[in-house]
Write a protein that binds this ligand. Sequence first.
Ligand SMILES: *Cc1c(COP(=O)(O)O)cnc(C)c1O
Length: 408
Amino acid sequence: MKIPFSPPYIDDSVLKEVEDTLRSGWITTGPKVKALEEAIGRMCGAKQVLCVNSWTSGAILMLRWLGVKPGDEVIIPAYTYSATALAVIHAGAKPVMVDCGEDFNISVEAVRKAVTERTKAIIPVDIAGYPCDYDQIMDLVREPSVTALFKAGSSVQEKMGRITVISDAAHSLGAYYDRGRRTGSETDIAIFSLHAVKNVTTAEGGAICLNLPEPFDNEALYRELRMTSLNCQTKDALSKSQAGGWRYDIVGLGMKINMADVNAAIGLAQIRQYDRLLAERKRVFEAYDKELSSRPWAICPPSVQGGKESSYHIYALRVKGFSESQRDRMIEEISKDGVAVNVHFIPLPMLSYFKGLGYKAEDFPQACSNYAHEISLPIYPQLDSAQIAHVLRAVERAYEAVKQASCA
Ligand SMILES: *Cc1c(COP(=O)(O)O)cnc(C)c1O
């Protein structure tokens, strides 16, 4: 039995929506993108949603809008996908990495210690789809001692008057932050990824949620960013294609990061059935939990606590008592049974580029420990009970094989 790690969910409704777009005569940014933005906004409760061609480009766009400059700092976790840091560097600022907690998410205490007068933004990451402590993070940036330290370096920062919180919600579309409130609505800006391996995908894509406080006008900002994401061109391709609509202007230095309708169609068909798809993910997650929670060597990942509920994006199993190389061997053993697993994440300071910039893994002990013990199991709606049982047998067998080998 071969079990891939994370195939996209492509059913007849997805094919039909894409075909509809292809046959409609309009394939780039237009009605499907708008419909997807509205669907995401309705689901997560964000004030405005702008779709772009990736999480990464969306984060660069928002950091540029915020006006970060060389010398400015943006606090991020060391335990995340590289894009969180790369976006900060592309925008011209310095990522200040902090350690995570036992639950994989950024440590709010570590954030507090890292705040300086150069801090312009914090990017917490909902690792595996489990939301960060947003009440604590939003309280922190509003604390008088923290706002007193804040120095605005742009007109947007002036208007904000405090550190901006941009959540990396790449994994957490559909997660609950607390009863009834979904991720995407709780921070100033939240960005979902719609990349091929994410819960809802447009092949490549990102969705920027705007929830800026007074006196910002989120609707006006949506229009401005939409134009900025299309080369700061005053008219999009659809309006330019109408009879008599040829004249336009370029009013600034934008980016070319708009999402195409043909991509949006995939996500639109998925999000219409997302309640069911989420329930299917939860079913797989709970089946793993049910079996693995009785194993003394297994640490099951966080999913539900208080009002929080994960989007069940990644099943981040940890193996107690194994070294990193034993974990690696366990992955090799699992692969022999045709099961594709992964590791989320290699802490950024362990990657060459960040090492070269001077970041040191030993400064992030919790991130390194989580990494060394972690194995991500396949989780997606298509997995049936026979496949789930096969994954669990493979994991169990691999654990025993590595343990035996170590005792011998
Ligand atoms: C996938 C991912 C991203 C990047 O998303 P893209 O849409 O591929 O740019 C950013 N952060 C995290 C945590 C991710 O997993």
